[in-house]
Ligand binder design. Structure first.
Ligand code: URA
Length: 286
């Protein structure tokens, strides 16, 4: 795999995998524990680095969101009562092309999230991409700009892509499970996810990605229809709409939990290997 050393630097991983270890073999990164310890040691004196202490409650990240990878409900997020909204009648979503789907999402009133949004956040990137990245829901910046992952977390996501020699918009498509911002950046409610799912399913059907990366616990649990913890979902290949899925941490979480960047890199290596395998399989099937 070609490595972008600058991107690994941004991820805080170059010390571990490039300068010390030479070229990366994904298997060589298997010793997460040792890597994490080495990494923490390398930054122990750097007060600008985020605290290595895992936090057990949701809190504001630089995007103003509460993305947390621990398996607890965010503090202060009162459960939202399901409203008696009529079941959506636009059951032709599975027949729409990209532009019609985008227009349908823009006008969507399937759930209460439409009431407070500034913009819907449909998705961005190459509509013929092999790689699809799926986050949870738009935050404040995304709601303002109508594009996913535009804040600090988006910058880290771009570095993660660069480390894989990928770039936003070049063989990469980025979307969210939910297309409208949940107020206060609370987690999306199950009924909101359910109303939005046909849009994501159609995006996947149109894109036909070779690989999906689920970014964070909420995205992974909703895509894979499970309550399993992110740590138990990482390190394995799952499926969504018959596409291989790799689970990794949400970039907003990684911004404040430095040691888990090493684990995220292991996930990206698994994603890369899984992608190569999917390419080989599709060539063999021709
Ligand atoms: N977090 C997400 O999950 N999605 C975005 O678009 C932005 C932040």
């Amino acid at each position: 795999m070609a490595l972008d050393e600058a991107a690994l630097d941004t991820l805080g991983l170059s010390t571990l995998w490039v300068r010390r270890g030479g070229a990366l073999e994904s298997g060589s990164a298997a010793d997460e524990g040792a890597a994490t310890v080495a990494h923490e040691a390398a930054h122990a004196d750097d007060p600008s680095m985020p605290s290595a202490t895992p936090r057990r409650e949701a809190e504001q990240n630089p995007d103003g969101a509460a993305w947390d990878e621990v398996d607890f409900a965010p503090v202060g997020s009162a459960p939202v009562r399901a409203e008696a909204r009529p079941v959506a009648r636009d059951d032709d979503v599975a027949t729409l092309d990209w532009d019609a789907l985008d227009a349908r999402v823009s006008a969507c009133e399937r759930c209460r999230l439409c009431e407070k949004r500034t913009n819907t956040v449909f998705g961005v990137g190459d509509r013929a991409a092999d790689w699809m990245l799926i986050g949870e829901a738009p935050g404040e910046n995304e709601d303002k700009q109508g594009e996913p992952f535009v804040g600090q977390a988006g910058k880290l996501l771009d570095s993660m892509l660069r480390a894989l020699s990928l770039a936003r918009g070049e063989n990469v498509y980025i979307a969210n499970v939910v297309k409208c911002r949940p107020p206060g950046n609370r987690n999306p409610e199950p009924d909101e996810v359910a109303q939005c799912e046909p849009y994501l399913q159609r995006q996947v059907a149109l894109l036909k990605p070779k690989l999906i990366i689920a970014l964070g616990r909420v995205a992974a649990q909703n895509l894979l229809k499970t309550d399993a913890s992110i740590s138990s979902l990482r390190g394995r290949v799952h499926r969504y709409e018959n596409v291989p899925v790799i689970v990794t941490y949400h970039p907003a979480y990684l911004l404040r939990t430095l040691p888990d960047k090493a684990k995220a890199w292991v996930d990206l290596c698994l994603a890369h290997d899984t992608y190569r395998q999917a390419l080989t399989d599709s060539q063999a099937a021709r």
